[in-house]
Design a protein around this ligand. Structure first.
Ligand SMILES: Cc1cc2nc3c(=O)[nH]c(=O)nc-3n(C[C@H](O)[C@H](O)[C@H](O)COP(=O)(O)O)c2cc1C
Length: 351
């Protein structure tokens, strides 16, 4: 089974399938399972301390010799140290949730690391491509976690038209038909979050996985009440009550978690305030919402790690409504590639 694309060539993986860096979800077990199955697995590090990141990189290397990546927060106080760590550990791919600085891209590339930021608009793809990014992951509005409003079917071609570097499609993918469709658009592969969360190799508690499996296509919601920016999550009582809440209650809730988050992730007060000021300049967000921005990781941990689906947040793509099983990562990737090959053959036979 081989579908060779610009992504498989760039990273040296067997299949053009990426398991994205999902906070609290993408740990050594999931990432190494993906790497062994021939996909590109990406460790999530935005929710880890520097020491935890160092430990999970070594653990992942101990589990597989295949290439894997690390998702970084470019605005973390210790982002420079984390970049140095990726370099000294010989990590193959650096992924970013938001655009990294130009110098950070240059430093990583000088060390031979492949840089693949995730972007949500063509203009961001143009910017990071000009700064030397090797490829981009473009996430359409169907996708889980922080997301934009434009569907993958339109965002993907807009980005493909805008840049010459390989583009990996994300948001709403879960099977081989999706991979074939993305390749038909001209993408170099697909990246999936929710589908990999719902595998037997992900460490998310079983009860939480069942909560996802029970949901239909209309059961996610994009809320700005959590942190002021659109965030796609499963609709739960917590989300409904946040949607109804007003300033003071949200502020008290936010304040409890902000300090914990800062300690946990190394994001500086300065970065939080700078981000907050920029958000206020760009819109009508309240300070309560700005503080909630710091809380998202704690709420996700309550849901995805502690399994407290009542008090926690469950980030999810709309695709949860199409997923009804918990395959192993090896079976999932083998099936996606086999079905995509069949679809591509059938498409070729149409001519
Ligand atoms: C539980 C969860 C956590 C996520 N955490 C992150 C993160 O920490 N960093 C990031 O860049 N993207 C994060 N995302 C977004 C995913 O990386 C990916 O772009 C998205 O899930 C793709 O859409 P899909 O869910 O339809 O596959 C998260 C998504 C989910 C579902």
């Amino acid at each position: 089974m081989t579908i060779r694309t610009a992504l498989t060539e760039l990273v040296g993986v067997r299949h053009p399938v990426v398991q994205t860096g999902m906070g609290w979800v993408s740990g050594p077990r999931l990432v190494s399972a993906t790497a062994r199955a021939g996909g590109l697995g990406i460790l999530a590090s935005a929710t880890m301390t520097y020491d935890e990141l160092a430990t999970v990189i070594r653990e992942t290397k101990g589990r597989t010799d295949a290439p894997f990546g690390v998702n970084l927060r470019a605005d973390a106080e210790d982002a420079g140290r984390r970049v140095d760590l990726l370099i000294s550990e010989g990590v193959k791919v650096a992924s970013f949730a938001m655009a990294p600085r130009r110098e950070m891209i240059a430093e990583l590339k000088d060390a031979g690391i492949v840089v693949i930021p995730s972007i949500g608009a063509a203009r961001h793809a143009v910017k990071v491509a000009a700064w030397g990014a090797d490829a981009v992951i473009v996430q359409g509005g169907e996708g889980g976690g922080h997301t934009g409003g434009i569907a993958t079917t339109l965002l993907l071609p807009s980005v493909l038209d805008a840049v010459d570097i390989p583009v990996v499609a994300a948001g709403g993918f879960y099977d081989g038909r999706g991979l074939a469709a993305a390749l038909a658009y001209g993408a170099a592969g697909v990246a999936m979050g929710t589908r990999f969360l719902l595998t037997s190799d992900s460490a998310v508690p079983d009860a939480v996985k069942r909560e996802y499996l029970e949901r239909g296509l209309g059961d996610t919601v994009v809320t700005t009440k959590v942190d002021g920016v659109p965030h796609r999550v499963l609709r739960t009582e917590l989300v409904d009550s946040l949607e109804r809440s007003h300033g003071v209650a949200t502020l008290a809730y936010a304040a409890r978690n902000t300090v914990r988050f800062r300690r946990l992730t190394g994001v500086s007060w300065r970065a939080l305030v700078t981000e907050g000021l920029a958000m206020r300049r760009n819109g009508d967000r309240t300070w309560a919402q700005l503080m909630m921005a710091a809380n998202t990781p704690m709420l996700l941990r309550a849901g995805l790690v502690d399994g407290d689906t009542g008090a926690g947040l469950l980030a999810s793509g709309q695709v949860a409504g199409m997923i009804h099983d918990l395959p192993s990562v090896a079976d999932l990737i083998a099936d996606i590639v086999a079905v995509a090959e069949k679809r591509l053959d059938e498409m070729a036979a149409l001519r």
